[in-house]
Design a protein around this ligand. Sequence first.
Ligand code: FES
Length: 149
Amino acid sequence: PDYRDREVFICGPGGYMDASRKMLVEGGHDPARYHQESFNFAETVECAQGPVAEPGAEASGEVGYTVQLARSGRSFSMDGSQTVLVAARKAGVPLPSSCSQGICGTCKTKVLEGTVDMKHNGGIRPREIEKGMRLMCCSRPTSDLILDL
Ligand code: FES
């Protein structure tokens, strides 16, 4: 009830932030007290859509992998040239994501079985990696995978 008196900090998908800002402005919130996170992708390393630079057949995308989602029971096939997030989208399997650049951590998922090559931009902590978590937006499989999704 006192949102007009609050500092507001927003982060999330663009549509969510746009809708939140519009609602606040319409409700009389002072725009000077509104803060929104944004990413400058031009300054970040290529990740979700970037090329893979690994030796051997995996880098060429010739090796096929199966990705199984343990909780939903869904699965899809992919090669090692794409990130798991991109391949899942192409297969019509929605995975949680936001920045798609290895920054926000939204796509963080536990890998129950298998291995990936992950090149992130700070969206995951070392202790999370030690526990088997990976960012699907910047992870390319190097084996078949079973994910905790
Ligand atoms: Fe942001 Fe993967 S979607 S880190």
